[in-house]
Design a protein. Structure first.
Length: 103
């Protein structure tokens, strides 16, 4: 499956010496995902920033120290690029979520 041309939201914040990158697939922004005891909100305040291609969003991982990503397209692209191990992905209501912390 190609994710070329698909779009994502990305928001970058600097917190001290860390660069926090939040990315999500456009179509899940604002949704609440529930599975078992997990309730995960894809909050606009956290994720909604620039609207870019999935490719551009994932390319920003290289310059970030903390990454939060949610959505089939962004997580799949991060796995393809070698940033995320498939076994490190948490699926919530069928939607993949992954985090990266570079220490």
């Amino acid at each position: 499956m190609s994710v070329k041309g698909l779009e994502a939201y990305l928001k970058i914040r600097k917190i001290g010496k860390n660069v926090l990158l939040a990315i999500c697939d456009c179509e899940i922004l604002g949704k609440t995902l529930k599975e078992g005891k997990i309730t995960f909100r894809v909050k606009e305040e956290f994720y909604k920033g620039a609207k870019v291609t999935v490719e551009e969003a994932v390319s920003m991982i290289a310059n970030s120290t903390i990454v939060n990503m949610v959505g089939k397209n962004v997580v799949q692209k991060a796995i393809e690029k070698g940033y995320v191990h498939p076994e490190a992905v948490l699926n919530i209501e069928g939607i993949p979520h992954a985090q990266i912390v570079k220490l």
